[in-house]
Design a protein around this ligand. Structure first.
Ligand SMILES: O=C(O)CCC(=O)C(=O)O
Ligand SMILES: [Fe+2]
Length: 363
């Protein structure tokens, strides 16, 4: 009975209507036409202005985690991280310490996996009611505009939450690569959360449970040779996470963040990860740190591969503003069960930032 209750509450559970594999759609067409990809073409958007030029993207903060280990520079770097969280909600991290071999193995195996024939990849396909495995997500209606990507989604931490069925066994050592990558990314997350909690005036031990769960969303965005300016790899959203760490592993541009009403492209940096504040960190900090809306544009010529590592609170806990952080302020956010938030949002289409609707009091 107990097991059943826990299984039902798992935060990887959610519904998505199965849709066509995008990579297979591209590969099956001798020449892709706008008609063939009609369901991926977005209606014209009013707020679609994209910032041009490098100078904008250069200014996204870059945090040097190596400096955090150095007594002389750690304080200054902590202050830079504080302002990155307060002013941007998005930043890049260099000198994160993930060994090159771990990254290389993960890159090779993931790229090889996406190159497998569809029937091989589908041996690890999603099953109804569970988002884990190879497939898509956030499709709630067969009439909605679809995202131009295919995904492999796995719950990776804590280890006892893993269900191995959807973990690919081809390439042969893919599972080991995922495991190593997952635990290395967890270490980076822990280091970042250590500085973040100090910056917020609390302690890691007090909020350790708020980022112990991890899921990896490994995404393949095929090149989109037609109407690429009307198609998105991922629709605008903010992340349902505490902290998300993204590795743009083949260095193809695509990620854009909403800043001052404009979409700002983020240029991938060699050996860096992109980090963003998720909705749960916004709730925990009573809005001091804000999750930021972002999306992924597609490239007319190049495929793009990324891995998003979402860190979430324990799925059966409730999360609200931390007393140590909110102090005597009015609580702007509700206290919510993590699995309940996840279940609803993981089954809905991506449609911008939703914290106002589901997490904020009407004040
Ligand atoms: O591919 C990326 O760069 C980001 C993907 C993303 O936003 C997500 O998986 O939530
Ligand atoms: Fe995201």
């Amino acid at each position: 009975m107990e097991t059943k209750r826990i299984t039902e509450a798992k935060w990887s559970h959610g519904n998505t209507i199965p849709v066509r594999n995008v990579q297979a759609l591209v590969e099956s067409a001798a020449e892709l036409t706008a008609e063939a990809i009609e369901q991926y073409i977005r209606p014209a958007m009013v707020d679609d202005k994209v910032a041009l030029g490098d100078c904008d993207t250069e200014s996204i903060p870059v945090i040097d985690l190596g400096k955090h280990l150095d007594a002389q520079s750690s304080q200054q770097e902590a202050a830079r991280l504080k302002s990155a969280c307060e002013e941007w909600g998005f930043f890049q991290v260099k000198n994160h310490g993930i060994p090159d071999t771990v990254l290389e193995n993960m890159r090779n195996n993931l790229e090889s996996f996406f190159r497998l024939p569809l029937n091989k990849k589908n041996e690890f396909a999603q099953l109804p009611g569970d988002l884990q495995g190879y497939g898509q997500a956030f499709v709630e209606s067969k009439y909605q505009t679809l995202d131009w990507c295919d995904r492999l989604y796995l719950v990776t931490q804590p280890p006892h939450d893993r269900e191995m069925r959807p973990w690919p066994t081809t390439p042969v050592n893919f599972r080991e690569s995922i495991e190593s990558y997952s635990s290395e990314v967890m270490k980076v997350t822990r280091s970042l959360m250590e500085i973040i909690t100090k910056n917020l005036g609390t302690e890691l031990d007090k909020i350790g449970d708020t980022f112990v769960s991890q899921a990896l969303r490994m995404t393949y965005y095929p090149a989109c040779p037609v109407a690429h300016d009307k198609v998105l790899g991922i629709s605008p959203h903010s992340d349902i996470s505490t902290l998300t760490l993204v590795w743009e592993l083949n260095m193809v541009e695509g990620l854009q963040i909403k800043r001052q009403g404009v979409w700002m492209p983020i240029k991938p940096k060699p050996n860096a990860l992109v980090v963003n504040v998720g909705d749960f960190l916004e709730i925990l900090t009573n809005g001091k740190y804000q999750s930021i809306e972002h999306r992924v544009a597609v490239n007319p010529h190049k495929e793009r591969v990324s891995i998003s590592a979402f860190h979430l609170p324990k799925f059966d806990m409730s999360v609200g503003p931390l007393r140590e952080v909110a102090g005597g302020e009015i609580k702007k956010y509700k206290t919510l069960r993590v699995d309940e938030v996840a279940k609803v949002l993981f089954s809905s289409k991506l449609d911008g930032k939703k914290t106002k609707e589901y997490a904020m009091f009407n004040i």
